[in-house]
Ligand binder design. Structure first.
Ligand SMILES: NC(=O)C1=CN([C@@H]2O[C@H](COP(=O)(O)OP(=O)(O)OC[C@H]3O[C@@H](n4cnc5c(N)ncnc54)[C@H](O)[C@@H]3O)[C@@H](O)[C@H]2O)C=CC1
Ligand SMILES: N[C@@H](CC=O)C(=O)O
Ligand code: NA
Length: 439
């Protein structure tokens, strides 16, 4: 065994403990695959843990560990965007390679962190930050490196997908399933990030950057979560042959010369035909569908959250670095992006109003003659094609829910049509809209 590589694990929560357990369970595999001796030299923890090997330093001084001469790779799994940022930049400045699961930090400050890593010739690896255990960053960086990515669509929040699946299949309440997702270690410290789509938006920003070779632009991602989805909509969608999933889309628009003219970045609930693979990704599973040239469509599927899956991704990055450190004494490094060419550095992220999708509309109207005709007239005048209509029997005070599926339409057109529908005297509530994608 040629060399020893020393790891520091900062944060012993779900993921940190998962990494310690993985190393204990699979040490022989790790050594055999890397040809190196891999050891944990320090852990950063608030309280001393007696289940940790006494040979490993335990400290609550995370900044000191990050700069320690006794550490080659710093694994940041405390989460958050303040202390985690200080620790990571401190580690980079001290020449440490960094492995992190922290998508919130990278989505918000990744451009600066990757630039600092470049300057210091170290690597910041983040496989665990996107789609948990699915090796999607590795796929983008390595397996699809020769392809041009046209678009990708992914179910990239395990907690949200777990909640939607349990609600649909078992009729459980939102709060009950969320509490279970927290107990299972799937949810973010602040679960609003999961259910309001913010976590998925963080991950989409990272995916789009690596897929299209553009800077990280989390602030431009259109973001809607799952909190507005009711069981009623789930059931109506099913009657029409669709499942509702929370999906992140990154779509490259190009001009006639094949130059990127704009990029769509959006996360929101969407209807997917029930026979499509993405419609059948359930529970804590994630999946990312990538359409690239010349390969075509490929799908990546697996656990999107949880200790074991996330530790697997963290250690995949560690193994990459260990191989490099063991074979190259000069400290070879792999940049996040080799460079961002001038023409890509300011590719616009399109406004949500310019995006085109199909829609599921649920309109509540008084059961009076001509009401349906009025709605369909407004849609037709707005140039919106109806794909299906379902009129349910009146259920309260003579109100009828009318469900409409439309063909793809530009969002601004739909906004003005919905405003006109809501202005009709016969309409009793705000129109519920969920986007629909045939994928
Ligand atoms: N749980 C999951 O399935 C996944 C989590 N992640 C990311 O991994 C990171 C960690 O997530 P979890 O392990 O789930 O969170 P967690 O809350 O279970 O663990 C964080 C740990 O860090 C410790 N910590 C925080 N500040 C500290 C300090 N100053 N000194 C010492 N210890 C400190 C906390 O006490 C806690 O034990 C987050 O960035 C999260 O977004 C990424 C993919 C999946
Ligand atoms: N909270 C996240 C954890 C993994 O990234 C999720 O549920 O997907
Ligand atoms: Na991953």
């Amino acid at each position: 065994m040629s060399k020893s590589i020393k790891l520091a694990i900062l944060g012993l929560g779900t993921v940190g403990t998962g990494v310690v357990n993985l190393i204990n369970d699979n040490l022989d595999e790790l050594k055999r695959r890397s040809g190196c001796n891999i050891m944990i030299s320090a852990v950063g923890t608030r309280r001393q843990r007696d289940d940790i090997d006494p040979a490993i330093t335990q400290s609550d001084d995370l900044m000191a560990i990050a700069a320690s001469d006794d550490v080659d790779i710093v694994i940041e799994v405390i989460g958050g965007t303040t202390l985690a940022k200080d620790i990571i930049t401190h580690a980079i400045r001290h020449g440490k390679h960094v492995v992190t699961a922290n998508k919130a930090l990278l989505a918000e400050h990744g451009n600066e962190i990757f630039a600092l890593a470049e300057e210091n010739k170290v690597h910041v690896a983040y496989e665990a930050a996107v789609a948990g255990g699915i090796p999607i960053i590795k796929v983008m960086r390595e397996a699809l490196a020769a392809n041009k990515v046209n678009w990708l669509a992914g179910i990239i929040n395990g907690t949200g997908n777990f909640i939607m699946t349990e609600m649909r299949d078992k009729g459980r309440t939102f709060d009950d399933v969320l509490a279970e997702a927290q107990a299972l270690g799937y949810a973010e410290a602040d679960p609003t990030f999961d259910v309001e789509g913010i976590d998925a938006a963080h991950k989409l920003a990272l995916l789009a950057s690596i897929a299209f070779g553009i800077p990280l632009q989390f602030d431009k991602v259109y973001c809607e979560g799952i909190t507005g989805i009711t069981l009623q909509d789930v059931n109506y969608a099913e009657e029409l042959g669709y499942r509702i999933k929370h999906v992140g889309f990154a779509v490259r628009h190009q001009d006639d010369n094949n130059i990127a003219s704009g990029i769509e970045l959006r996360v929101h609930p969407t209807l997917i035909p029930e026979d499509k693979l993405l419609a059948n990704v359930n529970g804590v599973k994630n999946a990312v569908l990538v359409d690239s040239h010349p390969l075509g469509q490929t799908l990546y599927y697996g656990d999107g959250a949880g200790a074991g899956a996330t530790a697997s991704a963290v250690m995949a990055d560690v193994m990459d670095l260990v191989r490099v450190l063991c074979t190259n004494e000069q400290g070879h490094h792999v940049p996040h992006l080799a460079f961002i060419p001038e023409e890509l550095s300011d590719t616009p992220i399109l406004d949500a109003e310019q995006m085109t999708t199909g829609y599921y509309l649920r309109v509540h109207a008084y059961d009076s003659p001509g009401v349906l005709a009025n709605i369909t007239r407004i849609l037709s005048e707005a140039g919106i094609n109806i794909d299906a209509i379902l009129q349910k029997p009146a259920h309260k005070a003579g109100q009828v829910p009318v469900i409409i599926l439309t063909l793809p339409v530009v969002e601004s057109q739909m906004n003005s049509a919905i405003a006109k529908i809501e202005a009709l005297d016969t309409i009793t509530d705000k129109v519920v809209r969920i986007r629909l994608d045939e994928l």
